[in-house]
Structure formats: structure tokens, C-alpha cells
Ligand binder design. Structure first.
Ligand SMILES: C[S@@+](CC[C@H](N)C(=O)[O-])C[C@H]1O[C@@H](n2cnc3c(N)ncnc32)[C@H](O)[C@@H]1O
Length: 307
């Protein structure tokens, strides 16, 4: 009798048999369909990436802390990776409220930015790299994803998760400051109060920036127990020459971005959220001298405006 081929599960060191991997592949396909349905997105490339990438490869050994409503972590019943294929947040540093983000939100934002084969994506606030891997899957072997993470411990895990994958270099640092090559997509996964200069400077013509802006005053309806400074709005900004076409995509509650928050922009953002009208924004300008009536948000030297 031929012995069943065995595979060692990453991080746990336990054996999975071939059948378990086949079953998990099926579970992942169902998960990908649910995630895309929750995002209200019909995008075969995003769905294929969610179906292909193994979340357990990135999140370390289980059981994993799942964030349950309204705000408590519940460990998975065991370290069976099947529990990771839920459209749910998983704590990566639960004591700081830092999570592997909501799959449907990322599916929606990634679909909006539409990373294409061979492109260069910069992922800021990559955590331990699950969504970096989704992006890497979409740009393919001839594309590149530069992953940047501020937290030292997470950045170490990020680098280890992509060791031996030269097209996914990982760096520890402040993604609002650190130098990177010009990019076709910049995917920011933390709440800023303004776009960092380098994100606009290094966006290629036709490149897309996904930018979550969060104020300290809050935005829309959110559960009371989500700290108010984590709430905000995500914009898609596309460079066309020297113009930055801008579109609101979604509300968001997200961890703050170190290095991309300043008091003047925070005040302007809070006033803009108070006023409403973010869904009508069409352009970002790198100057602050537009007429007030044309602006949704007027920062010190930048603004988000209507045509
Ligand atoms: C909401 S978590 C998301 C992590 C990851 N994208 C995920 O879903 O698993 C936000 C991450 O952004 C990181 N971060 C905050 N400011 C940053 C900055 N200026 N540069 C790079 N990373 C930053 C935080 O350390 C944190 O890991």
C-alpha cells in the first residue's frame, strides 16, 4: 500500500494529510465567494486571489483570537485553519486592538484599485502580510509588492513570511517617510489625516492610491466602543499627469497611521466630516488656495474638492 503523502502545517509543526489540504482548498473557494458577495464585488481576479492565499501561513500558530461583536476576542476552538476562513477580523496584537483586517473591506478596496499583472504595488501597514500576499498573487511573479510595516515585531514576522520571495521585499519603517520605487498602486492600511507627499510623488501616471482618512471626531454610524479616532473614509486617488482624480469608496474604522497625521489636517477633516458631502469629491489638489465653496476639505496646503 502506498503511504498517504503528508504535509507539515506551517507554524504548528503538525501534519496535515493531503485530504485536509484538498478540503481546505474547497473551503477557501467558498470563503472567497462569501467575501466577494459581502463586498458586493464581482471580480474574478480578486476572488481567485482570496481562494488561493492561505491565511494560516501569515497569522502564526493557532488557536487565533477572532474579534467578535461588540468588542471581544474569542479564541478559535482549535488550531484547525478552517476557522480562519470566515469573513472576520483576527487579532494580530489583540492587546493593542490591532487586527488582520476585515476580508470583505480589503476585497472591495483591492478591487477598486485593480492591481494588474506585472505592476509594482506598495503596501503600507502590511502587518504580517496576508493582504500583501493577495496583492502579490494579483501582480504575479513578474510584478512586485513592497511591504512596509511600522511595528518592529510585526515587521519581523512580515519579513519571515516572505523570505525567499524576492518580488515581495519587506521593510520596517514609517511608510509616510521611507523611500520606495515609483508605484502603480499604493495601498495604505492605516488612518492618515492627509496624504503623505511621497505617496503622491511616487504614484506613476495611471497609478492608484487607496487612502483611508480618519479624524479624531468620528464619522457616520459606528459602534460606541470603537475609538472615535479610528473612524473615517477611504478614497481612491488616481494620478493622471499632474491631476489626482478622487472618488470616495467607503466608510472605515481603522488603526491610526504613524507619521501621516497632523493637527491642522485633522481639524480640516473633522470639519469636513461634520459638513458631509464626501461622496461628491472628485479631485485632490496639492494646494490650499481653492475657493471654499469648491472644497469639501481644505487642508493647509492641500484639499479635496468638487469639479
Ligand atoms: C489595521 S492594521 C492592518 C494590518 C494589515 N494590513 C492586516 O490587515 O493584517 C494597521 C497597520 O499599520 C501599521 N502602521 C501604522 N502606521 C504606519 C506607518 N506610518 N507605516 C507603516 N505601517 C504603519 C500598524 O503598525 C498596523 O500594523
Amino acid at each position: 500500500m502506498t503511504p498517504t503523502p503528508k504535509e507539515v502545517a506551517p507554524h504548528t509543526g503538525r501534519f496535515l494529510d493531503t485530504m485536509a489540504q484538498e478540503e481546505l482548498a474547497i473551503v477557501r473557494r467558498a470563503y472567497a465567494k462569501h467575501v466577494l458577495a459581502n463586498a458586493d464585488v464581482d471580480d474574478a481576479r480578486v476572488e481567485a486571489a482570496f481562494a488561493a492565499v492561505r491565511r494560516e501561513h501569515f497569522l502564526g500558530a493557532g488557536p487565533w483570537p477572532m474579534l467578535r461583536w461588540p468588542n471581544r476576542y474569542v479564541p478559535t476552538p482549535s488550531d484547525d485553519p478552517v476557522y480562519l476562513y470566515q469573513d472576520a477580523l483576527v487579532g494580530i496584537i489583540p492587546e493593542r486592538g490591532l487586527n488582520n483586517g476585515q476580508p470583505w473591506l480589503h476585497a472591495m478596496l483591492i478591487a477598486a484599485a485593480a492591481p494588474r499583472p506585472d505592476e509594482h504595488v506598495v503596501h503600507i501597514g502590511a502587518g504580517v502580510g496576508y493582504y500583501t500576499a493577495i496583492l502579490a498573487h494579483m501582480v504575479g511573479a513578474r510584478g512586485r509588492v513592497t511591504a512596509i510595516e511600522f511595528d518592529g515585531g510585526l515587521a519581523e514576522r512580515l519579513a519571515a513570511n516572505f523570505a525567499g520571495q524576492p518580488n515581495v521585499p519587506a521593510f520596517q519603517g514609517d511608510g509616510a517617510q521611507i523611500e520606495f520605487d515609483p508605484a502603480d498602486m499604493i495601498y495604505v492600511n492605516a488612518g492618515a489625516t492627509r496624504p503623505a507627499d511621497i505617496w503622491l510623488d511616487r504614484l506613476n501616471d495611471g497609478g492608484r492610491l487607496i487612502l483611508p482618512l480618519t479624524s479624531d471626531k468620528g464619522f457616520g454610524e459606528s459602534p460606541e466602543n470603537i475609538p472615535i479616532q479610528r473612524r473615517g473614509a477611504v478614497f481612491r486617488i488616481e494620478r493622471r499627469g499632474n491631476e489626482f482624480l478622487t472618488k470616495w469608496i467607503s466608510a472605515v474604522a481603522i488603526f491610526p497611521c504613524e507619521g501621516a497625521r497632523d493637527a491642522a489636517s485633522e481639524r480640516a477633516l473633522a470639519a469636513a466630516f461634520e459638513k458631509g458631502g464626501w461622496e461628491r469629491v472628485t479631485r485632490l489638489y496639492r494646494r490650499g488656495d481653492l475657493p471654499d465653496e469648491q472644497c469639501w476639505l481644505k487642508g493647509p496646503d492641500w484639499c479635496l474638492a468638487y469639479d
